[in-house]
Design a protein around this ligand. Sequence first.
Ligand SMILES: [Zn+2]
Ligand SMILES: [Zn+2]
Length: 320
Amino acid sequence: MSGIERIRVPTPFGIGSVNCYFLPGDRPALIDPGPATEAAYAALEGRVTAAGYEIADIHDVLITHEHMDHFGLVRRINHQSGARVHAHEKAVEVIADQGRHFEHEREFFGPYLRSMGVPERVATVATELPEPYLAFQEPVTVDNILSDGDSIALDPMIEVVHTPGHSPGSVCFYAPDGEWLLTGDHLLTDITPNPAMTVQQGRPTKRVRALPQYVDSLRALTSYDGVVGHGGHRDPVSDVRPRALEVIDHHESRANDMESLLEAEGPLTAYEIMGNLFSDLPITEVFLGMSEVVGHLDLLEDAARIENVPDGDIVRFRAI
Ligand SMILES: [Zn+2]
Ligand SMILES: [Zn+2]
């Protein structure tokens, strides 16, 4: 098996460090170089140099998904090395113009959050928050647009597995020879990624039903039995299948809790549900808190276990 090296790249975000992966060999590659900060670049360059290479030697850069803690540095690496950039087709527009993407999200989610019962002032602040994060990325042009099932001729050969949910363009990279799977933020060892609400690429007036997609993508990973997962944060997952099953269970039990709450207290707005589940959530966490609630409501709705009750401009939910 070819060696795969994890480089812990610092980020200024609450999540802590992000894992970049380095594949040495004749065709050196980096997967998820990290955010666009000097500290991240220094960490990356230090480890690549220690392995006997230079950033200019990098032949390929792979992006697991369109979040800037993972792809922010890609452009700088690409300028120095001319490396080929690979990312999924659903990530391409977002990483090419993150500012425009945030604008689309703000336009959609301001009114959407208000319809979910979020007070106007809170909705305004919650949808403006991503703006300062733009400093941690530079726009990226993708050379090789990936689809599910594609192969990339690295050392070792990599297969692309599309795993939408945490983001629409999320992919895992599987190395059959090495028996490992790079899981991005899709599957992590001791935390579950937020099913962040977002709009559809090319159709910014439509919301993505992120959590139902995410759970489907977890089911697709249950065939990776006995395979080590290398995630975008934290330590490796020793076996992908049991961890994927565990995360599916976690979301089923969250959905069950929400259904019980609606049986006891409903009809409730999504914002009221959030207040029940997470008391005293700071305003900076409201978008993610609402993403959790809306995601589980989507799961319950798809299973015909709840229905919505329009009340003027606001929607409430009740158990069936
Ligand atoms: Zn992410
Ligand atoms: Zn991440």
